[in-house]
Write a protein that binds this ligand. Structure first.
Ligand SMILES: [Zn+2]
Length: 250
């Protein structure tokens, strides 16, 4: 191999290793730290005391997960500056991210902690469905991804997206979720049920809620069974058609 190529590939390898280390140990990039209950919070801006109310709400959500244990510890990094968010998530528009399988650190975009909300990447706009997606939802959603590594380290690669994201939303929104509302939206083909055009995981969320609440499955059972989305879709539609027929019969 020519010397230049050797040096080039060595530099690329070192850069990748360096980046993976950074994702695991980014503390030096954050000047502010606050410890509360199970959480170590880091931020590039002063951390308001209201973070504690937000974290109490996050815990309430996480307690609905079979994967959560009260001894679990979480590190959350608020990236209020764009370069920091881009560096650690590779996506300046993301709400939050966990580099699942590489590190359990949670990175969250610019937020208004006092108002329990994240700042929308589009200027002068609010994020979609803001009432059911406060900052505490985003944190709980991402932490659930880190908890999923207890089942499988690289779950986002090995498991269907609807299971990975649907369960993270099911736990993230567990204190505000209304099954009948989501079912109705699904049957009416509401835009919120189209993950591609809306960017929302409501459809996946409904499918996981159906498997857990109506079929009595655990998350681990859902992962092992790995049902096709079409099967769940058909079951939900058929069940509802039967109900409608019964109502008409009455
Ligand atoms: Zn997610």
């Amino acid at each position: 191999m020519n010397k230049k190529i050797k040096i080039g590939s060595l530099l690329v390898t070192l850069s990748i290793i360096g980046y993976l280390i950074l994702l695991n140990f980014p503390n030096f990039l954050f000047a502010n730290h606050h410890r509360f209950k199970n959480f170590d919070i880091y931020s590039d801006k002063k951390i308001p005391i209201e973070i504690e109310q937000v974290l109490v709400d996050v815990l309430k959500r996480l307690e609905n997960s079979e994967l959560y244990e009260s001894t679990d510890k979480f590190s959350i990094y608020f990236c209020n500056t764009k370069w920091r968010l881009s560096l650690l998530t590779r996506n300046p528009n993301v709400g939050g991210i966990v580099n699942q399988g590489i590190s359990n650190n949670v990175f969250i975009r610019e937020s208004e902690i006092e108002k329990n909300k994240i700042v929308c990447p589009t200027k002068d706009q609010e994020i979609a469905l803001i009432k059911e997606r406060p900052l505490s939802y985003f944190i709980a959603h991402e932490i659930t991804h880190s908890l999923q590594t207890k089942v499988e380290r690289f779950m986002h690669i090995t498991t269907s997206k609807y299971i990975v994201e649907g369960y993270a939303d099911y736990i993230g929104k567990s204190t505000s979720f209304k099954y009948d509302k989501y079912l109705n939206d699904f049957l009416q083909n509401d835009v919120t049920m189209n993950p591609k055009s809306s960017g929302l995981y409501n459809k996946y969320h409904l499918f996981i809620a159906y498997l857990i609440e109506k079929k009595g499955m655990s998350f681990k059972e859902i992962v092992n069974l790995n049902m096709k989305m079409e099967e769940i879709e058909n079951e939900l539609k058929n069940e509802n058609t039967t109900k409608v027929k019964l109502n008409v019969g009455l």
